[in-house]
Design a protein around this ligand. Sequence first.
Ligand SMILES: *Cc1c(COP(=O)(O)O)cnc(C)c1O
Length: 256
Amino acid sequence: MNMQVKNISSPTSNGHFVRANLAAVKNRIAAAALSAGRNVNEIRLLLATKTVSAELIAEAVASRETLIGENKVQELKQKDSLLSPLAVERHFIGHLQSNKIKDILKYVNCIQSVDRPDLIEKLDSRLQFEGRQMDIFIQVNTSFEESKFGISPDHAIDLLRMANRYETLNIKGLMTIGLFDADPEKVRPSFRLLQQISNNAVDLGLLNDHSALSMGMSGDLETAIEEGATIVRVGTAIFGKRIHPDSYYWNEQKSA
Ligand SMILES: *Cc1c(COP(=O)(O)O)cnc(C)c1O
């Protein structure tokens, strides 16, 4: 999956590389939309900013980016004072442990990683207590890999049905992390499956017909756009390689 990300500029002290990389990613998005016959305005770029400093995030926001995604409550807390003055929407895209619900609600506009009934119940009771609502996505494990979080495709409709019963939760769409493979044709079924689940859910009245599909990352965003992505989540291709492997973020103890 690194085939398409090897030409990124390397970090310099002034952050110019962020602007150059952003322009390159936007070109990729535009080209993919064009070849898929889609309107590029339907596709939103989410900056995956785990491990990225608030200063570099501010650089991207200065280039008119409006959406970031973070994976750890602790990182959101650390960056909060620098991010707060910025006009940027924050989504949570990491695994959410139930004991972090109260904290995460302080820092984000949307939680894209809702993937189990007990999390829905606990989110609802905290939101009721605070007298507010929260935008959510249901995360689906479309790659069938044990190591990945997300509700299994077979149970996604049931979880959507359950989430629909809570007035505290505004369901905005579905999210997935595709199979990791450099071959787009091996990744494509993951994205196609998410689109199919979304279509089923719309037919059943569980999602509205302009719901979001959050799928595609640095290595596979073209394939995701071909399969209907409306949000692509891009980190490495904009900010460079991270110090931690992705397993650090994705393979925490699954029982949490
Ligand atoms: C890190 C991350 C991304 C971005 O991955 P890159 O390959 O760096 O573009 C997207 N989605 C999630 C859930 C992530 O944790």
